[in-house]
Design a protein around this ligand. Structure first.
Ligand code: ADP
Length: 372
């Protein structure tokens, strides 16, 4: 749409008629002030501006228009019957005009100019859009790269810590053996085994995340019983944390069709986090029950540090870790991401309820007969 600005309504009517008969869509303003209000509300392709108007003159209007980022690029053509000298024409271009036409003008030439300016304006807008999306894309790349670098840093540190401990414990064990202190040596070997277990978890998390990325995480669906499935997950966690009390309440003896090993991985991850992020507590609560619609729900509750509300939506994202506890708790921020992918594969849903300082509850629900 083109905006015509002139304080004389007879001029507006005449020009409007001419241009509408050539297929242009036209809007009009009877003063500079009205024109400014309109350009902020409507996207015009071009503005034809009378120079001499009471109140704001055409030059002032053009300067104001080029000052708003939204309207800066709209082409302006000045039209004047009075101010036709070189001085005014120069002023018109300086105020941001693309052209300065002197009355009487040739209508065909005006139409040609309008078409050319509108085309140029469209091309400029298109180029601006392309530039903006390219800049956004570059920024997102850059962001992904720095996230990757940060991840490699954390991963190296996380792998290095247990590795250094293993090395230390084995040296200590060796020294004890040289002194024939077999029991002491055994104790250090036991400690190094726990660190190797930790390394094993980290490496399998890394492998699983890569497999998810490449769509190569494979699943073996079979039918299995709910109760022994819960029992296996609990035993596996108690092996690593023998002092923890896992209060289990399984309500319903049912068969599930899904990948038992992968689902056990999810439950072990929930339980391990419940222990890990509750350094002051030895209690974890696990409930499993049937829900209407042939769903089974498993909930794991802890009395740990909890998670602030604003961080909760990101907890299942890849690499996400609550920043404030980075130094206190080790981890790669991949466990819950892998859990979410496994649950999604079973056609289920997952979530959490948490209050900082009062603990967290993580849950998942899957259909008894998961769809593959
Ligand atoms: P990791 O524990 O290896 O960092 P996860 O993906 O298992 O990775 O967890 C992501 C983040 O979610 C953790 O870093 C931690 O900040 C937070 N989190 C997970 N479980 C709990 C929990 N039970 N209590 C408090 N915070 C938790």
């Amino acid at each position: 749409m083109i905006l015509l600005v002139d304080d004389k309504s007879e001029n507006l009517i005449a020009l409007r008629k001419t241009l509408e008969s050539r297929g242009f869509e036209i809007d009009t303003a009877l003063s500079g002030e009205e024109a400014l209000k309109k350009v902020l509300k409507t996207d015009y392709q071009l503005i034809i501006l009378d120079v001499q108007m009471p109140g704001m003159d055409g030059f002032e209007v053009a300067e104001a228009i080029s000052g708003f980022s939204k309207t800066r690029d709209i082409p302006i053509i000045f039209l004047s019957a009075v101010n036709v000298s070189k001085k005014f024409i120069t002023k018109g271009y300086e105020a941001g005009g693309r052209d300065y036409l002197v009355k009487p003008f040739d209508t065909d030439i005006l139409v040609l100019k309008i078409r050319t300016f509108i085309k140029l304006h469209e091309q400029t807008t298109e180029l601006n859009t392309i530039q903006q999306s390219l800049l956004k894309e570059i920024a997102q790349r850059k962001q992904a790269e720095s996230k990757k670098d940060e991840f490699i840093g954390i991963a190296s540190h996380e792998l290095n810590t247990p590795l250094t401990s293993v090395k230390g414990y084995l040296q200590l064990a060796e020294r004890q053996l040289e002194k024939d202190q077999v029991d002491q040596a055994k104790m250090f070997i036991g400690r190094s085994k726990a660190q190797v277990e930790k390394l094993n978890h980290l490496v399998s998390d890394l492998l699983n995340a890569t497999r998810i990325e490449t769509g190569k995480l494979n699943y073996k669906y079979t039918e299995f019983e709910l109760e022994p499935f819960i029992g296996h997950a609990v035993d596996s966690v108690l092996q690593s944390y023998p002092d923890v009390q896992i209060n289990t309440d399984v309500n319903g003896s049912v068969k599930i069709y899904g990948d038992e090993t992968r689902l056990e991985q999810v439950l072990v991850n929930f339980l391990t986090n419940a222990v890990k992020y509750a350094p002051e507590s030895n209690n974890v609560w696990l409930t499993a029950r049937l829900l209407p619609g042939d769903l089974v729900e498993v909930r794991v509750r802890d009395e740990g540090i909890g998670i602030p509300k604003e961080k909760q939506p990101y907890i299942f994202d890849k690499f996400y870790r609550v920043e404030d506890n980075h130094n206190q708790f080790q981890g790669l921020g991949m466990g819950l991401y892998i859990c979410s992918e496994i649950i999604k594969h079973h056609g289920g849903e997952y979530g959490l309820e948490s209050e900082p300082g009062s603990g967290s509850t993580f849950y998942f629900r899957i259909p008894l007969k998961a769809v593959q």
